[in-house]
Design a protein around this ligand. Structure first.
Ligand SMILES: [Zn+2]
Length: 146
C-alpha cells in the first residue's frame, strides 16, 4: 500500500524540523517518473538555488519506511550541503538526524539508500522498518505483527 503524498509531506516536514532545517517544499516531479522507469534507483532528488526543494517520483510512495527515511535523510543532507558529494550527504544525514545509512543491493549499482540505524522518534514518524535485521538492530521484534 503506497503512502499518500500528504503523508510524504508530513514526514519530510517533521524530519526537517528535527534536523533544524527550513521546511523546503517537497513535490511530485513528473519527469522523475520517467527517469524511474529507466533507472530503478531514481526516486528522489533535490534542487538547490534560491528555492531549494525535494522532488519525488510517484514510486517513492511505495517504498518501505527504512528506504523512505534513508532517502529523506540523504536528501536533507544534500539540502544542508548543496556542494557536497554523495558521501557528504550521507555524513550530513548522520550529523543532522542520527540516521546511519546503508545501500540496499536489491537495487542496481550502488543500491538504494536505507536507514540502517535511526533514533526511535524517527521510526515513529515513518513507521516501523520491515527488514528483519534492521528491525532487530533498532529494537523491534524480528517479525512485524500484522
Ligand atoms: Zn545524493
Amino acid at each position: 500500500m503506497p503512502v499518500s503524498f500528504k503523508k510524504v509531506e508530513k514526514e519530510f516536514y517533521s524530519l526537517s524540523d528535527i534536523a533544524g532545517l527550513p521546511r523546503y517544499q517537497v513535490m511530485h516531479f513528473r519527469p522523475l517518473d520517467e527517469e524511474h522507469n529507466r533507472d530503478r534507483r531514481r526516486y528522489a532528488q533535490v534542487r538547490a538555488g534560491n528555492k531549494p526543494r525535494m522532488e519525488i517520483a510517484s514510486a517513492f510512495r511505495e517504498l518501505a519506511p527504512e528506504h523512505r527515511l534513508g532517502l529523506y535523510a540523504h536528501e536533507l543532507g544534500h539540502l544542508m550541503w548543496p556542494g557536497g558529494s554523495e558521501s557528504d550527504a550521507d555524513l550530513a544525514a548522520y550529523g543532522l538526524l542520527g540516521v546511519y545509512l546503508g545501500y540496499d543491493r536489491k537495487w542496481p549499482g550502488k543500491g538504494l539508500q536505507t536507514a540502517l540505524l535511526a533514533p526511535p522518534k524517527l521510526w515513529r514518524i515513518v513507521g516501523e522498518p520491515t527488514g528483519p535485521n534492521i528491525r532487530a538492530g533498532n529494537g523491534f521484534s524480528k517479525r512485524k505483527n500484522t
